[in-house]
Design a protein. Sequence first.
Length: 293
Amino acid sequence: MDIESLLEHLDGAYAPATLRAYRTDLGKFLKWCAENGETALPANASAITSYLEAEAERAVATVERRLYSIRKIHALFGHPDPCASAEAQIAIRRFKRSKPNRPRQVLGISHDTLVEMLESQQETLHGIRNRALLSLGFDFLTRRSELSALREEDIAFLADGTVQGLIRRSKNDQLGLGRTAFGSRRSAQLLETWLEAKDNRIPWLFCPIANYTCMDRPLSTSQIRLIIKSAARDAGKAADEVDEISGHSLRIGAAQELMMRGLDMSAIMRAGGWKTTDVVARYVQCAEHNVWE
């Protein structure tokens, strides 16, 4: 069985994004091996060492992901792990120590900034959708992929005027156990306005709009990132601040806001569906300094 056939065999057992990463990373490794006279499967420690030298300019996270893909495909084919030998481990440690390992922290969007972003949206179909998306993304502490995957059936409006949502699957919940998220009255009102304007035949909660018409597909993660950055720009934020925004900025900013309001780490982790404290701690440790001028 070749690598492509194996990846097709894995369809359904792994998330589509995981399989895309395997395909991309293994494709690059296969190309490098072909160009440098190395055997890709099974690879040996010498090939891994040389590959690390060739990837010296890459970020640690990128190379770690590629090595994981290489190790995974070897395991699935029943070959020994080419990264397990002392020679390969030394090369991996040398590569990591040659790089600064502290992750780049994107800018979190505070509640005050969120309000400015909401107020900057125009009274158009795009603006109505974007207001609901931004508010709900902040309240639910969602990743872009989670926002993209939301369907109307995942949303329930509560008697107290707030809104509840089911995040069916996430990056650290591949089995789809799901988590419940809660939104404010503001989010409930904005979402009701959007659902009244949206084509109710479309199951996706947030969909693209073309020629003043809702499209029957979910917003992509890249479209959501652009909506967030554009809203910050429309709210009058400086170009260098907008550059520091990512699709994670709503999630990070909401976590920082919860910390500033006195919630403990366990409560923040439950709200955002985090499994470990490391990432959350990095998000909130500089909350007091992560402000918009």
